[in-house]
Write a protein that binds this ligand. Structure first.
Ligand code: NAP
Length: 283
């Protein structure tokens, strides 16, 4: 079947993505002549693919690992969050293949945490594991939410230092600290602990923090959504802490991308239902 408008996800690998289910359910619900496809791309195919989007009837793309940073040089226009993070997860294709880049990961996280889960950010102390693409997008929004402090830890200390410098340029009020080991963190004062590393995706992964670093008064948010419950979340729940996996963030980053793609408000509940059904099948 040929659709008037094609959207999709580029990355490698992409076959496990839940994005087609989310977006296609929205297109069907809104009776739009559009479809969302997976485009697994090898790195040497990326440039040619991006240069010919209009020709191939492609009006918008989501971007995942490992291309969020690699697509930047092909963009004709970048949103403020793309300029800050140096990464885009959404590309809107305009006339004559004019490419606009957005990053909806950070706002997707915020929508879920602040609006759905009612977590109040102002004045809070945050600890974030990982300083990669997702951590950059999230911390960019956290300082806008007026958190008091952010402690950053990444296996690669240079990445954490680079993120600290970028954040300091954005905001002087928030105290940003890079730690070299988890032992340097005063966990009893941490209100929000975020796992923005892939640690926990595989069954054999260890919990990225020790049990005695968690406590019942902290909120633990793990960006991972498959598995639904990581070792980190299980441990935190066992102590009575509030927790969330990354499914809500996935939903909202998709909802925000949909608006960029189509100019229409996404049917949130339809997309949410499609995601939930897919996750139930995964479990
Ligand atoms: P990324 O750019 O690769 O960043 C992850 C960073 O964490 C890397 O610098 C990595 O270092 C570091 N790291 C790995 N294990 C660590 C550990 N145990 N302790 C400290 N640092 C560690 O990846 P990303 O794109 O930011 O994604 C991070 C996670 O978020 C992934 O699980 C991804 O699936 C998830 N995510 C979820 C959503 C959502 O919608 N829910 C959206 C975006 C991302 P090395 O590179 O040296 O390993």
């Amino acid at each position: 079947m040929r659709y008037k408008k094609v959207y999709g996800l580029i990355g490698w690998p992409v076959k496990h993505s839940l994005s087609p289910l989310m977006h296609n359910s929205a297109f069907r619900y809104l009776k739009m002549d559009a479809c969302y496809k997976l485009f697994p791309l090898k790195e040497d195919e990326l440039e040619d693919f991006l240069r010919n989007l209009s020709k191939n009837n492609i009006f918008g793309l989501n971007v995942t690992i490992p291309y969020k940073e690699k697509v930047i040089k092909y963009l004709d226009w970048k949103s403020a969050s793309v300029r800050f993070t140096g990464a885009a997860n959404t590309i809107v294709v305009g006339e004559e293949n004019y490419l606009k880049g957005f990053n909806t990961d950070g706002l997707g996280f915020m929508r879920h945490l602040v609006y759905d889960l009612k977590f109040k950010l102002q004045g809070k102390n945050v600890f974030i594991l990982g300083a990669g693409g997702a951590a950059k997008a999230i911390t960019y929004q956290l300082i806008r939410g007026k958190v008091r402090s952010i402690a950053l830890y990444d296996i690669d200390r240079e990445k954490a230092k680079d993120l600290k410098e970028r954040l300091n340029q954005q905001d002087k009020a928030c105290v940003i600290r890079v730690v070299s080991s988890l032992e340097e963190v005063d966990f009893k004062n941490i209100d929000l602990l975020i796992n923005a590393t892939p640690c926990g995706m595989r069954k054999t992964d260890p919990c990225p923090v020790k049990k005695d670093m968690l406590h019942k008064d902290m909120f633990v948010y793990d960006l991972i959504y498959n598995p639904i419950q990581t070792k980190l979340l299980k441990l935190a729940q066992g102590l009575g802490a509030r927790t969330s996996n990354g499914l809500g963030m996935l939903l909202y980053q998709g909802v925000l991308s949909f608006k960029h793609f189509t100019g229409k408000y996404a049917p949130l509940h339809i997309m949410e239902r499609a995601l939930k059904e897919a996750v139930e099948r995964l479990c």
